[in-house]
Design a protein around this ligand. Structure first.
Ligand SMILES: *[C@@H]1O[C@H](CO)[C@@H](O)[C@H](O)[C@H]1NC(C)=O
Ligand SMILES: *[C@@H]1O[C@H](CO)[C@@H](O)[C@H](O)[C@H]1NC(C)=O
Ligand SMILES: *[C@@H]1O[C@H](CO)[C@@H](O)[C@H](O)[C@H]1NC(C)=O
Length: 289
């Protein structure tokens, strides 16, 4: 198989996947997961981000909660950073809690700030594992899929040097831009309060990396993505809201059953996707044989 032939197939698949992703994903659906830990003030820490008890707690350099909701982000010269306790932890082999920057198609952040979602992972090696996360941040930079970017210390740095400023370390301690650190041993170099969440990535999360970017397509923003989790809105557990200080006023209706958390009844894109992809590959192979 020549590389150009492979590229053609992948481009076709990519276009197809972007097409089927235009489905409703309001309270439940399928999503890709990525990782981030940029030390910036979370987006849901500002005023006016939805019907919230109060914005997500952000912290100063010493990890002390900041009272001033208007404090600027450390990613832009300000004094507000992410609080270290908003990192993931495992309850048992199949269940973890955490926080995420998310994007749900057809919505903006006042829809998801401080809402909690159950993620049922559908791809190996995480199949059958579940997380409940609270959306403390927003991930607008990829909008071709529902996305949950999990807040994992050392999991993925950006070009900002907010982590260096927050902790007085070299930014390289947090790893490389777009990938983060590369082994569990590197977690030892992180500030101590971030090491547990860093190690979580390599044990409970098995260093899973989604979406799998198979190949960049002609349009730079279009990638071939595999769904890696089903998500649905759930009432936020106190385990999460005590750390962010934030809960949504509409959680009460969710809890009383007035708002349905039932999965949207639609045919699953994944099964039809798999079928169509198989057909497409089969026909391409027969043409080129
Ligand atoms: C790191 O973050 C960027 C920007 O959101 C994203 O494109 C990339 O997929 C992330 N990498 C991982 C390994 O999650
Ligand atoms: C793991 O913890 C969750 C949440 O407490 C619980 O629902 C589940 O039954 C536990 N699973 C096992 C295998 O202990
Ligand atoms: C996931 O759960 C199903 C049903 O309980 C089971 O058959 C399957 O082996 C499990 N997969 C993994 C990877 O644990």
């Amino acid at each position: 198989m020549t590389p150009s032939y492979l590229r053609n197939i992948l481009s076709l698949l990519g276009l197809f996947i972007v097409f089927v992703q235009c489905t409703d994903g309001s309270v439940s659906g399928e999503a890709v997961t990525t990782r981030f830990w940029d030390c910036c003030k979370p987006s849901c820490s500002w005023n006016g981000k939805g019907p919230l008890s109060k914005p997500v707690t952000s912290c100063d350099k010493d990890d002390k909660p900041l009272a001033d909701v208007n404090a600027g982000t450390g990613c832009n010269g300000g004094t507000a950073y992410s609080c270290s306790d908003q990192q993931p932890w495992a309850v048992n082999d199949t269940f973890s809690y955490g926080f995420a920057g998310i994007f749900i198609q057809g919505h903006v952040e006042d829809f998801w700030c401080c809402a909690c979602y159950q993620l049922d992972f559908t791809s190996d090696p995480l199949r059958n594992k579940t997380m409940i996360i609270q959306a403390s941040n927003t991930a607008y930079d990829i909008n071709t899929a529902n996305r949950f970017s999990l807040a994992v210390p050392g999991g993925n740095t950006t070009s900002h040097d907010a982590c260096a400023k927050q902790f007085g370390v070299d930014q390289t301690v947090f790893g490389e831009t777009n990938t983060g650190i590369s082994s569990i041993d590197d977690c030892d170099n992180l500030p101590e309060q971030l090491q547990a969440g860093c190690r979580w990535r390599f044990d409970w999360f098995q260093d899973a990396s989604y979406p799998r970017y198979v190949c960049p397509f002609p349009q730079p923003s279009t990638y071939l993505m595999f769904y890696s989790a089903n998500f649905k809105r759930v009432v936020c557990p106190a385990e999460l809201t005590t750390k962010t200080g934030c809960s949504r006023n509409d959680d009460k209706e969710l809890g009383s059953g007035k708002t349905s958390t039932a999965t949207i009844t639609k045919s699953s894109p994944s099964s039809s996707l798999v079928a169509s992809l198989s057909m497409m590959i089969a026909s391409l192979l027969s043409v080129y044989r």
